[in-house]
Design a protein around this ligand. Structure first.
Ligand SMILES: Cc1ncc(COP(=O)(O)O)c(C=O)c1O
Length: 351
């Protein structure tokens, strides 16, 4: 970053340091369009809008698409920031159940039929179809097709938040829902996890019919043109790809370490699936008193994000989301040991 920043500042800076009110740096947009094709999010440069990371994309979409009172569908456990933004824009958020294969499309269809019957069809559906936060599930292949068919039948926009969609440790990347529909699907990507959250840069690919209204929904005079040029240089010279390859290998090691440590210390009162990608393990507790667990984890000095934090309806969920990318290996192991102690102390069947 330092290298490309220096190079850029040695060249002409008038445009680089000025406002960037349009859809974003054309070079960056064209590089993203190429990358989006590789994710299966077929796009040309005109369909790419640079955003203030994925949260900025969500808020632009919320203000572009939602009128007060409009229904918007979300997964029952979701990213609280997105749900809050949608509600701030006036959405009446409706949640639909999930299972091990992601959003339950049979229940979704039932909800859509009911909303249609009431004369309040949804404007949009927000989904984290890949490496879901917090549950780490991935929407099954057949459900992706069904979702696109439902969007077409009930005329809503699919907003795919793919913030964790570049991080795959096992198996084939699942890519974009735009594979199944480019007319109704908006794909959101972010440079927060791939490069640095401090950049506050991300992008969305939207149907051409929506890009104007999305661009107009922005009122803050744009994201940094200088940082957009930095990211474009990193993508153009291959640094972005090699960096991503390195951090994916690094995070895979951490995932494997945390899984084996959880096996050793936490399996008596908790279970989890191996996440094929993303940043988290979703630990589901069995036979544990939740209030006690929270207290004992705090006594151990471990801060846990309980499932209730992600429950759109504010319920109590006997699970927590364990993030494994940020902590050092030493701290990951120590945290799992401490969580194991907190679990045993709060286990209802423990002595
Ligand atoms: C699912 C999801 N979407 C969006 C965001 C927002 O990230 P950013 O705005 O930094 O891209 C986060 C934050 O971690 C997230 O977990």
């Amino acid at each position: 970053m330092q290298r490309v920043l220096n190079d850029l500042l040695e060249g002409p800076t008038d445009e680089l340091l000025n406002y960037r009110r349009d859809r974003g740096d054309p070079r960056l947009r064209s590089l993203i369009a190429k990358r989006a094709v590789h994710l299966g999010a077929d796009a040309d440069e005109q369909e790419v809008v640079i955003t203030g990371a994925s949260s900025g994309a969500i808020s632009q979409l919320a203000y572009a698409l939602v009128d007060p009172g409009d229904k918007v569908i979300v997964e029952e456990l979701s990213y609280p920031g997105a749900v809050a933004t949608l509600r701030q824009a006036g959405a009446d958020v409706v949640s639909v159940q999930m299972d091990a294969d992601g959003l339950d499309v049979v229940r979704l269809e039932a909800a859509l039929v009911e909303l249609d019957r009431q004369g309040t069809p949804p404007k949009a559906l927000y989904t984290i179809a890949n490496n879901h936060s917090p549950t780490t599930t991935n929407l099954a292949a057949d459900r992706r097709r069904t979702l696109a068919d439902l969007a077409d039948r009930f005329q809503f926009i699919i907003i795919q938040d793919d913030t964790y969609g570049e991080f795959w440790y096992d198996g084939e990347p699942l890519g974009s829902l735009r594979r199944f529909d480019t007319e109704r699907t908006v794909h959101i990507g972010s440079f927060s996890k791939t490069l640095a959250p401090a950049l506050r840069l991300g992008w969305l690919v939207a149907p051409a019919s929506l890009t104007d209204v999305i661009q107009r929904s922005r009122t803050d005079l744009g994201t940094s043109g200088l940082l957009q040029a930095v990211v474009a240089s990193l993508m153009a010279d291959g640094s972005f790809d090699s960096h991503l390859e390195q951090i994916i290998a690094f995070y895979k090691e951490k995932r494997d370490l945390v899984l084996s440590t959880l096996d050793e210390h936490c399996s008596e009162f908790a279970r989890w699936e191996t996440p094929p990608g993303g940043f988290f393990v979703w630990v589901v507790m069995d036979g544990v008193d939740l209030t006690d667990f929270e207290r004992y984890a705090a006594d151990e000095g471990v801060c846990v994000l309980l499932g209730s934090h992600f429950d759109v309806r504010g319920g109590s969920i006997p699970a927590f989301r364990l993030g494994f990318t940020e902590l050092s290996e030493e701290h990951l192991v120590e945290s799992a040991i401490r969580l194991g102690r907190a679990l045993r102390r709060s286990g209802r069947t423990s002595p």
